[in-house]
Design a protein around this ligand. Sequence first.
Ligand SMILES: [Zn+2]
Length: 187
Amino acid sequence: MNNNKTIALVALAEEVRQKIFCLEDNRALFEKLEGMGVELLGFFDEEISALLKWDNVYQHPIIAVNDRDSEKKQIFSLAHEIGHLFIDYGWLPEPYKNQNDFNDLEGVLSITHYRRPDNAQDESVLEQEAMMDDFARNFLMPYEDVKKLLADNGFHAERTIGQLVERYYVTELTARKQLAFVKNGGT
Ligand SMILES: [Zn+2]
């Protein structure tokens, strides 16, 4: 990895996973979030995969995921919104931060669409979305673990992808992207 931003993002994703979430099984993400005071909701929509909101009355974040999605896709959406919450809003659960510190936040903080317009007028939005996807993949499948798994498999890509899908409860596409990211040294 030769890009400072990528190195920092990968390190943060791993830190958040290990130290704050103590996450071993990605399927436990729903209850881990609820244990941190994040309210989870479901909704149905054709175009939106997830939403991040701030509840001013109860002072906690709300992540809503599309109920039409598979559980694996919902877990990815949760990880993507965790990226927004920690990186864009500097949120941390109790006891790291008092939830009243986020008084200024209000209403919908981020909306994640399935399709991102390629001709988006605001390129920084697309960059930010791509960064949250990088965060999500590295949060769900830690970089160094993937690297080690690949080496243990004698650099056999397909076998590694199969194991990533099994071990981290991600879609094959997400596993494939993370393997490519790791093989390319984080790009
Ligand atoms: Zn997003």
